[in-house]
Design a protein. Sequence first.
Length: 295
Amino acid sequence: TTEMANQEEAEIQISELDLLSSMFPYEKEFAVTDQLALAELKHYVENESAEVPSSKVQFVLNVKPEVPNASMVEFSMACALPFKYPTVLPEITVRSSLLSRSQQLLLNSDLKTYLMQNFSGEPCMLSAREWVKDHAAAYIDRDLSSSSVTASDATQSEVTTFTRLWIYSHHIYNKQKRKNIIDWAKELSLSGFCMPGKPGVVCVEGLQSSCEEFWSRVRRLTWKRILIRHREDVSLEGGGHAEIQKQRKFPTLEEKCFDAHGARGNHMDLGQLYHFLEEKGCADIFQMYFGVEGH
């Protein structure tokens, strides 16, 4: 079935590329820079069982923002679609000769955050292009010179964000993945729980940057389907260790097996999961995962 998932992802990529080329017929707006990878991808889709393509499809989208006197401004988005896209995010680097290095870094990290929060597992190239069109020009005027950066960093450091991610996976059986989840959470000082089986549920909570690092590692593993079902962000003024500890609903990250005693023994007892979440004050999450009222 990874074969089927791969097929499906490859088909989505091709239909999205077709859409882009029909919307932006001119080379100067949209150009595939790696024709071979595209041919390989099409070949893979047509011959059900062909080899998995060896390279990512790469292309460039050029965007002129709609801002006054911007006739001279153009942004180029260098894009690559990982083979698992849209299950994972596309790789996009936005450039412009008018951006300083720090402005470019900030622009790219904001774009990534926007995609991560809004397009878990869905095609998003057009949305990314729209975002660049609407927001990129503002970064040219961002004054990130040393004086302003230190001033804003000082105010920045006052606010820490505590994040809780609720991750859903089609299933989690693999021992190595389960070990990774626990080891990485420990390394990144995250608490929460992991419920293996089918479906698989992972909750991690802690510093926002640590949660995002955890998610970027986890989703690089091979999954049939994995996505962030829900995300909670809390801004903590001061944000010291004690403040963070206060926000936690779970003491550490542990694996929770709610055994359903089923014939296969790997379908978890969702009733037990509901009671566990209820104890932790997270009962409302159950409905987000399973679309039904727990009881």
